[in-house]
Design a protein around this ligand. Structure first.
Ligand SMILES: NC(=O)c1ccc[n+]([C@@H]2O[C@H](COP(=O)([O-])OP(=O)(O)OC[C@H]3O[C@@H](n4cnc5c(N)ncnc54)[C@H](O)[C@@H]3O)[C@@H](O)[C@H]2O)c1
Ligand SMILES: O=C(O)C[C@H](O)C(=O)O
Ligand SMILES: [Mg+2]
Length: 621
């Protein structure tokens, strides 16, 4: 079989695969309107109440007759676009009273409207999201998703996803079959212990799993029928929630130690037993468990931790951009001096992966790895981390500064952030501390003496109020040459004289969808360091020289679907190169190996779901 015919066959079989999936209670999503009809096993109101099948006012008259819908809908048949327009009028009404951007006072109201649409018509929901991603990602995802989690008890209407709780021990293997979809490709799971920078939100953390999966559908084209948000409820240590009579989760303190591990183990075993090819993304687990769980499962299951590994890749891409923006060659990257504020799952994930990247550039040997560590100064709540730190976190130990070095620099154990920045004069100051305003006037003033011509500030903590500083603060003190990125979206800054201070969004949303999609379509057994590195390098390479020189080190979210396609392609190619790829559906490992870059990209594109209504036909069970 020729390559192009095998590619054609693969997309055909993919479509047929979708049709085969209808045999159960599920429905297919096809990518072209004129393709095969979907077989449904319900009629009448049951269809209108089913978000997978519902088309609302867009049901044609013949379909209304076939499906016993006549009289149950207003008589005017709407086109998809008319439906969207009507919905948008409603949604935009709020804007009359709202300020734009992340501080939008009506963000929650918009989330409610979008959520109701999600409940009644998934196809339309994702079309609205994909077509207006720049405007509505900040509503369904960061920062509003944080507010949603904080207020989840009040906002909860219809359930979405699955809840596995400490009370379900011994039952998980059977209860996993309560989920109606025969096939699940992507699970995002949280235990709610560290939601964004908002702390322990217990069961209400389910909102972050839902928000991340919205991006999986919108950016990676994962079929929404095959995503599963999960909350593992092991209790909460949030005293307010423990006393709240309206709290929806288990009102007990968090399980710890072996008890905790046994719940997560049972959950993993259950989901991988029912769906052996699923990919599980761990999200917003407190650092205490994030690393342990990653080490425990990463060689056995198809899983990764977004906060540790996704964030690291996004940071590396931005750091490489900061070097290019200085007009320096990439090979100078290992010379960058980087101060990181925050030594939790995200901060440690970043320094570990960045050190490896530097070591690779320096020759990829032991001495390169050893010398790369001296490029980092790690500061946490207790100040600069040195070897003198009592009870040092073992994960931070490799980055503890040697006493001899810090004394030479006029620093000491526990030195404050402003002292560290003053003495080190770093090229980059990166915040993953969850402390809003940590990059104070004094800290930014100290950064003015950076040895870089374009000092870079990455205020990556979320949501908006937790950002270590705003772009206004950074540009007003550091001047127009500064590079700025934040985890949550901010607007660009008008610097006068027609100059713009560009605000980049440095968020792991640029990588996790592509890591998940690439892993799925390669059928890789595990998610390797190489696959993650390939994803990061692909994101870095996405930025053009002229953009980078303007201080634009991350792309606009409006191109996230295109970026994700490229990232997934890079991940697949790396999985193939490392001999980890086992193939996906009819694209077996050998065929995958034969694809060149363009053909891999085409394969990815052909396997991305788009929100188009399929034609429906009723057939009895
Ligand atoms: N932009 C992104 O893509 C992205 C990705 C992951 C996490 N984050 C954000 O990063 C933040 C941290 O996440 P985490 O999982 O590492 O949390 P964490 O709670 O595990 O770690 C926070 C760290 O910050 C340190 N810290 C607290 N106060 C400090 C201070 N005054 N000065 C310096 N350090 C201080 C703590 O000691 C700890 O080491 C959160 O706000 C999260 O939303 C952003
Ligand atoms: O959720 C985000 O926006 C990024 C990251 O995963 C975080 O925990 O802050
Ligand atoms: Mg997260």
């Amino acid at each position: 079989m020729t390559l192009s015919s095998s590619l054609r066959r693969s997309s055909l079989v993919h479509r047929l695969g979708s049709v085969a999936a209808q045999a159960g209670p599920s429905r297919p999503f096809t990518t072209s309107e004129g393709s095969r009809p979907s077989i449904v096993h319900k009629r009448s109101l049951d269809i209108l109440h089913d978000p997978w099948f519902n088309k609302g006012t867009a049901f044609s008259m013949t379909e209304r007759d076939r499906l016993d819908l006549r009289g149950l809908l207003p008589p005017n048949v709407m086109t998809t676009q008319q439906q969207i327009d009507r919905f948008m009028v409603d949604l935009k009404r709020f804007e009359l009273h709202a300020r734009d951007g992340p501080s939008d006072t009506n963000a929650l109201a918009k989330w409610r409207i979008l959520n109701r649409l999600h409940d009644r018509n998934e196809t339309m929901y994702y079309k609205v999201l994909i077509d207006n991603i720049e405007e509505y990602a900040p509503i369904v995802y960061t920062p509003t998703v944080g507010l949603v989690c904080q207020n989840y008890s009040g906002l909860f209407r219809r359930p979405r996803g699955m809840y596995f709780s400490a009370e379900d021990r011994g039952e998980m293997m059977s209860m996993v079959y309560n989920w109606p979809a025969e096939q699940v490709d992507m699970i995002v799971v949280t235990d709610g212990s560290r939601i964004l920078g908002l702390g322990d939100l217990g069961v209400q953390g389910i909102g972050i799993s839902i928000g991340k999966l919205d991006l999986y559908v919108a950016a990676a084209g994962i079929n929404p029928q095959r995503v599963l948000p999960v909350m593992v409820d092991v209790g909460t240590n949030n005293e307010k929630l423990l006393k709240d009579p309206l709290y929806l989760g288990l009102q007990q303190h968090r399980l710890d130690g072996e008890d905790y591990l046994s719940v997560i183990d049972e959950f993993m075993e259950a989901v991988f037993t029912r769906w052996p090819h699923v990919i599980v993304q761990f999200e917003d687990f407190q650092s205490k468990w994030a690393f342990k769980l990653l080490q425990r499962y990463r060689n056995t299951y198809r899983m990764f931790n977004d906060d540790v590994q996704g964030t690291a890749g996004v940071a590396i891409a931005g750091l490489l951009g900061a070097v290019r923006a200085q007009g320096r060659p990439i090979i100078d990257f290992p010379k960058q001096k980087i101060v990181v504020a925050g030594a939790g799952s995200a901060g440690l994930g970043v320094v570990n992966a960045t050190r490896k990247t530097m070591a690779r550039m320096l020759g990829n040997n032991e001495s390169a790895f050893a010398s790369a560590r001296s490029q980092f100064w790690l500061v946490d709540a207790k100040g600069l981390i040195t070897e003198e730190r009592p009870d040092i976190d073992p994960d931070a130990l490799p980055f503890a500064r040697k006493l001899r070095d810090v004394a030479h620099q006029g620093l000491r154990e526990g030195a404050s952030l402003v002292e560290v920045v003053s003495k080190v004069k770093p090229d980059v100051l990166l915040g993953l501390s969850a402390v809003g305003g940590l990059f104070s006037k004094e800290v930014l003033e100290a950064l003015k003496h950076s040895s870089s011509t374009r000092p870079a500030v990455f205020a990556m903590s979320n949501p908006t109020k937790n950002a270590e500083c705003t772009p206004e603060e950074a540009f007003s003190i550091l001047g127009e040459n500064a590079i700025f990125a934040s985890g949550s979206p901010f607007s660009d800054v008008n610097l006068g004289d027609g100059k713009i201070g560009h605000c980049n969004q440095g968020n792991n949303m640029y990588l996790f969808p592509g890591i998940g999609l690439g892993t799925l379509l390669s059928g890789a057994r595990v998610v390797s360091d190489g696959m993650l590195q390939a994803a990061a390098e692909c994101l870095a390479a996405y930025m053009k020289e002229e953009e980078v020189l303007k201080g634009i080190v991350y792309p606009s979210i409006s191109s996230i679907r295109d970026i994700t396609k490229e990232v997934a392609t890079a991940v697949i190619r790396e999985a193939v190169a490392e001999d980890l790829a086992e193939g996906y559906r009819d694209m077996d490992a050998q065929e995958l190996q034969r694809l060149d870059k363009e053909e891999t990209l085409e394969y990815v594109k052909n396997n991305m779901w788009s929100p188009v209504y399929p034609t429906l036909v009723y057939r009895k069970d």
